[in-house]
Design a protein around this ligand. Structure first.
Ligand code: UDP
Ligand code: MG
Length: 314
């Protein structure tokens, strides 16, 4: 098998057939073998039904993994990579925002340059609001400062990897998966190409601002311990400031006999320090929660069904 496409699907019933046809048209006669691994991530619409229909009706190599519930795109990617058999594997969305033509472009680069292990596509122009764009670029600036690995702004999971890199990614079995970080953590030689994301054919994006914020926090906690160190630093600085203030108050009282303002200062300081302590506890809590979940060693996903139209796999 030359190429595997890993396609996470969550409520994509209207896109499945269109996606399959589009891939078939694009890859036809190009002289390489390929399979499509769909992962139904606990969809509540007719996605599974459509996938069954597709598997029955079509001749192309189709594999379907269906989860017992929604585990998230990261888990779906992991399941798809585990099931894939291609020498090169591409992760691509089901909504046709990422065109199969770009996959051909990526494959050409891998074929031409043996030293390249992975071709990742990034969006040069993002079709989103200015505020969101600015927030995203702040996130990348911050995470690149505090984390041990490099994150490329605009790079998505849309990438083609050689088998060796896929195996390395599969060896990272952590529960809280932040793919962007994992892809750079495993290393390998990655080439970035620009692509233009198309508008969604059907349905709507599952990534609202709240989900994106959670995702960003997840990424920072998974790939950096800097917030813990920042908490220590802030605690140290505020103790230092309080000692300085103490000295000022003593000098004012002893040498200048000034009346030291009491009530307001105390209330402000208590509130400020109380807030700071809770904030730092929250940071520690974030890490603790991650350790707690990881230590339970729960599976990354639960497969409820697996089916394919390939006889030898049954
Ligand atoms: N997806 C998934 N599980 C989820 C959310 C999304 O498998 O919990 C899939 C979704 O079906 C799609 C891809 O991940 O194929 C990207 O999702 P979406 O198009 O909503 O994100 P966007 O393109 O807006 O970043
Ligand atoms: Mg999309």
């Amino acid at each position: 098998m030359d190429l595997s496409l890993v396609v996470p699907c969550f409520n994509e019933a209207e896109n499945i057939v269109g996606f399959y046809k589009c891939v078939e048209n694009c890859f036809e006669g190009k002289g390489f073998s390929y399979e499509i691994v769909f992962v139904n991530d606990g969809s509540v619409d007719k996605t599974l039904f459509k996938l069954k229909e597709l598997t029955r009706n079509e001749k192309g190599n189709i594999q379907v993994v269906s989860f017992s519930r929604n585990f998230g795109k990261e888990s779906a990617i992991y399941a798809g990579l585990s099931r894939s058999k291609g020498d090169a594997v591409c992760i691509i969305d089901a909504d046709l925002q990422q065109r199969p033509e770009v996959v051909l472009q990526m494959k050409e680069i891998l074929d031409e340059k043996p030293e390249v292990d992975c071709v990742a596509a990034f969006q040069q122009k993002r079709k989103e609001g200015k505020a969101l764009s600015a927030l995203k670029s702040c996130f990348y600036k911050f995470i690149n400062k505090v984390s041990e690995v490099n994150f490329v702004n605009g790079a998505s999971d849309f990438r083609l990897m050689r088998r060796q890199m896929v195996n390395a990614v599969l060896n990272m079995t952590e529960y809280h998966r932040f793919s962007k970080g994992i892809f750079s953590w495993v290393g390998f030689n990655t080439e970035h190409i620009a692509y233009e994301a198309q508008p969604r054919e059907h349905g709507e994006s599952k990534w609202g601002v709240i989900k994106l914020t959670k995702y960003a926090i997840e990424g920072i906690v998974a790939f950096s311990t800097a917030p813990l160190r920042i908490a220590t630093l802030v605690g140290f600085i505020s103790s230092l400031l309080s000692v300085i203030y103490l000295l000022i108050v003593v000098v004012q009282k002893l040498f200048f006999e000034m009346a030291v303002p009491g009530y307001a200062t105390i209330v402000v300081l208590i509130l400020f320090l109380g807030g700071l302590i809770l904030f730092c506890l929250g940071i520690i809590g974030e890490y603790l929660a991650k350790i707690y979940v990881q230590i339970k060693n729960r599976p990354i996903y639960i497969e409820k069904e697996y089916f394919t139209n390939q006889a030898e796999d049954k």
